[in-house]
Design a protein around this ligand. Structure first.
Ligand SMILES: Cc1cc2nc3c(=O)[nH]c(=O)nc-3n(C[C@H](O)[C@H](O)[C@H](O)COP(=O)(O)O)c2cc1C
Length: 258
């Protein structure tokens, strides 16, 4: 076969393709464990950040040891032991007909259509005392589903921290939900009023500081009204009757030993 023959060119290209695909597949398979570990570590870091507990120079495992993970049945508001906390993934559960719940359109403030019937929640403990409760929340912005964590103090209404760890909103517009200046308004806000009504909201403009409702209100984002509305709506959904409210009410009456 001559060096420049068509058959030789094709066979060299074929061998090259096979070798490259073997290398890429081997790398994908070989690195998948590490990718899963990194993903789990990143999630723990986000939970710690929402709780205001993250320290750069302490290992995530050590910091996360103060946090207890539990799974909650959202309908009953009770903890469930049906799942292994180490492997439970509420996004996968939302795709499984056995564990998913279709949200009726009139209740679907977060515009997610379907959610898991079970959610992983995170308890920051000091001995036997619950100090903070960290809850995963998600909902539609303008372009994307935004995923975050909200951390509540042990009155289960005062926000300690609220941050998104995944979204596809436009940098400089909706992406300003990641701006530290916008995020710093959340600590101290209250989700529920004295009567237990879900009051938290994101305004279109800025909060009137002297208003008696200011404690339930957050500033919107100029030029990103739709993303900001999505944030307000997802909070209303997840903190409401179809979200974590039954669980929060159970925690208030029965504590952790329900
Ligand atoms: C390229 C492009 C990207 C945009 N990205 C966002 C976004 O991420 N979030 C958002 O709320 N609005 C975004 N907007 C603006 C919306 O289309 C809409 O004008 C805006 O939300 C209305 O906000 P305003 O009432 O504060 O002007 C984008 C607009 C353009 C042209």
């Amino acid at each position: 076969m001559s060096r420049d023959s068509t058959a030789r060119v094709l066979s060299v290209a074929f061998v090259l393709c096979v070798v490259c695909s073997i290398l890429v597949s081997a790398a994908a398979v070989g690195l998948s464990d590490r990718q899963e570990r990194n993903k789990a570590e990143e999630k723990k870091k986000n939970i710690l950040q929402a709780a205001g507990l993250y320290e750069v120079d302490v290992s995530i495992e050590e910091q996360f040891s103060k946090i207890e993970t539990r799974i909650v049945d959202l309908q009953s508001g009770e903890f469930t032991l049906e799942f292994d906390v180490a492997t439970f993934d509420s996004r996968s559960a939302a795709r499984d007909p056995e564990t998913s719940y279709r949200i009726s359109p009139d209740l679907d403030l977060a515009a997610i259509k379907v959610r898991s019937r079970y959610k992983d929640v995170y308890l920051v403990m000091a001995g036997d005392d619950l100090q903070q409760l960290i809850l995963p929340v998600h909902g539609k912005g303008l372009w994307s589903t935004m995923y975050g964590f909200i951390s509540l103090a042990n009155d289960f209404s005062t926000v300690n921290g609220f941050a998104f760890y995944e979204h596809g909103e436009t940098p400089g517009l909706g992406g300003e939900i990641d701006n530290p200046d916008w995020k710093k308004q959340w600590p101290g806000k209250k989700v529920y009023d004295e009567a237990g009504k879900t009051r938290i909201e994101v305004l279109k403009g800025t909060v009137e500081k002297n208003s008696q409702d200011a404690v339930y209100q957050a500033d919107g984002l100029a030029g990103a009204t739709l993303t900001a509305r999505g944030v307000g709506n997802l909070l209303k959904y997840w903190m409401g009757d179809n979200g974590y409210k039954p669980f929060i009410n159970k925690l208030k009456t029965a504590g952790l030993k329900q």
